[in-house]
Design a protein around this ligand. Structure first.
Ligand code: PLP
Length: 410
């Protein structure tokens, strides 16, 4: 089936949760996604930060082929060869001790929140129910299931589904005073994205992060870093938190972990991890052999000499090009981000820019209405950046602040 009949069918049979771009993806290679008409799109969306190694990476395909002929699933009632080595590798990288595997980001956030509750209950068995609260940041995104949703800031995501689980309070990002005020002895954990992704690629200040870490240490509360989007090489380091030398108690990773297959991990310090005992938490699919073996390959590739340097180098080049564009075009208000997690905030809605970029053969994303967000494969090259900038220049030049609300002036 081609685009039209597929789009029509979807309109009738899917629960309407997505507003899709009008292309039918059928394949891809490297940094390019191919549609059914043979058009190639240079991809700065990366399957929402999942396709860190691009499309059809030969080493990923080799693992996929081999493991798919061997063993796909065994359940967590049985050992397989790849979960323990993956746990060992991830915990080494994060400076933590133990791992739990889930299937998606939100599910891993749920597990992290449950672990934090179980841990603080263990710390204070005499006063059960005392240390049960979570602090999350304004502008945060942690997922769509009830617990993670309760820690997610935008009202539009939360309101329609209330009541949500109680116990989450929001702190203004980068407001240390507000953080201190909010940090009562009831706080079990603070959940933070070091670079807020859906929130528009907003970097949290080092001073604020250090203050949160200090308060957590002082009260034996837990610092949970949600590295689902900013982690695993995206910001030019294995973890975004390591830029500031933070030592979180729990780290959550997901999106790019298994090269496009669903896999997430919760990484925890030894004493925290021991708050779970067999039967307290679990999942049917989490940490299967195919996903774990793919993740081992992903981590091996990220760790190769020069790989993360490449991300930092191309990321810095990309950011500089966006800054140059901003100097030319006042419609770009701000440029933000680190590594290959970048954004250009516009003074007008960005939806029309996304559509025009698509026409021109570039996949980009818009978040927070006005923020163009770039999450390309980490194998992106400088020449790809040049191509995007050359395409964006005329698109943005035709936009005028007077067109705010409608998007584009023709
Ligand atoms: C995408 C994302 C999530 C949710 O992950 P899902 O796999 O969609 O459930 C949570 N936190 C952050 C920071 C994310 O970017």
């Amino acid at each position: 089936m081609s685009f039209e009949p597929i789009a029509d069918l979807e309109k009738r049979v899917l629960i309407p949760t997505y507003d899709r771009l009008p292309i039918l993806a059928v394949g891809g290679e490297g940094c390019y996604l191919h549609d059914d008409r043979g058009k190639q799109y240079l991809d700065f969306l990366g399957g929402l930060a999942v396709n860190a190694l691009g499309y059809a990476h030969p080493e990923i395909l080799a693992v996929l082929r081999d493991q798919s002929e061997t063993l796909l699933h065994v359940s967590n009632l049985i050992y397989h060869k790849y979960q323990a080595p993956l746990a060992e590798r991830l915990t080494q990288l994060a400076g933590l001790d133990r791992a739990f595997f889930a299937n998606s980001g939100t599910e891993a956030i749920e597990a992290a929140m449950k672990l934090a509750r179980a841990y603080s209950r263990k710390l204070q068995p005499a006063e059960p129910g005392e240390r049960v609260e979570f602090l999350a940041l304004e502008n945060s995104f942690h997922g769509r299931t009830f617990g993670a949703l309760a820690a997610t800031w935008p009202e539009k995501y939360r309101k329609p589904f209330e009541p949500l689980p109680p116990g989450v309070r929001f702190v203004r990002a980068n407001d240390i005073g507000h953080l201190r005020e909010s940090f009562t002895p009831r706080v079990a954990a603070v959940v933070v994205e070091v670079i807020q992704g859906e929130g528009g690629v907003v970097e949290i200040d080092e001073a604020f992060l250090k203050a949160a870490e200090g308060l957590c240490r002082a009260q034996r509360s837990l610092l949970i870093c949600d590295e689902i989007q900013c982690g695993l090489g995206r910001a030019g380091r294995f973890f975004a938190f390591s830029k500031f030398g933070l030592k979180p108690d729990i780290v959550v990773v997901a999106k790019p972990l298994a090269a496009g297959l669903p896999l997430a991990a919760v990484l925890a310090r030894e004493d925290v991890a021991q708050a779970f005992s067999p039967g307290m938490h679990g999942t049917t699919f989490g940490g299967g052999p195919l996903q774990c073996r793919l993740a081992l390959k992903v981590l091996e590739i990220l760790a190769r000499p020069g790989f993360l340097e490449h991300v930092r180098d191309v990321g810095a080049y990309f950011r500089a090009q966006l800054e140059e564009l901003r100097a030319e075009l006042p419609i770009i208000q701000r440029v933000r981000g680190d590594g290959l997690m970048l954004a250009a905030e516009l003074s007008v809605p960005g939806k029309a820019v996304v559509r025009q970029a698509l026409e021109a053969g570039f996949l980009i994303n818009c978040t927070q209405e006005k923020v163009l967000r770039f999450l390309p494969p980490l194998i992106l090259e400088r020449q790809h950046v040049d191509q995007l900038i050359a395409a964006l220049r005329p698109i943005l030049a035709t936009l005028s602040p007077a067109a705010a609300g409608q998007g584009v002036r023709t």
